[in-house]
Design a binder for this molecule. Structure first.
Ligand code: SF4
Ligand code: SF4
Length: 74
């Protein structure tokens, strides 16, 4: 299983990653970042580390790590 980390300070609540995630692991949370956007939250139990969110996010919110803990790159 993959691991995902988020820098929600960059999130603009556009929803692209939610539509891209085939696992239903992403949702808009109740938290707001310093830019005033409601930010993304990830469910680590559903996430498989496929990287689709990383690919579609225009604001570099996501970092995907592999099972060894190394940063995932494309
Ligand atoms: S890595 Fe894949 S499964 Fe995990 S949140 Fe992103 S799109 Fe969804
Ligand atoms: S695609 Fe990026 S900016 Fe858009 S909601 Fe998802 S994390 Fe936020």
């Amino acid at each position: 299983m993959g691991k995902i980390s988020l820098n929600t300070g960059y999130c603009k609540s556009c929803g692209l990653c939610i539509r891209a995630c085939t696992r239903g692991a992403l949702s808009i949370s109740g938290k707001t970042n310093e830019k005033g956007y409601r930010v993304i939250a990830a469910d680590d139990m559903k996430c498989v580390g496929c990287g689709l969110c990383y690919t579609v996010c225009p604001d570099y919110v996501f970092t995907i790590e592999d099972q060894t803990g190394s940063e995932w790159t494309v």
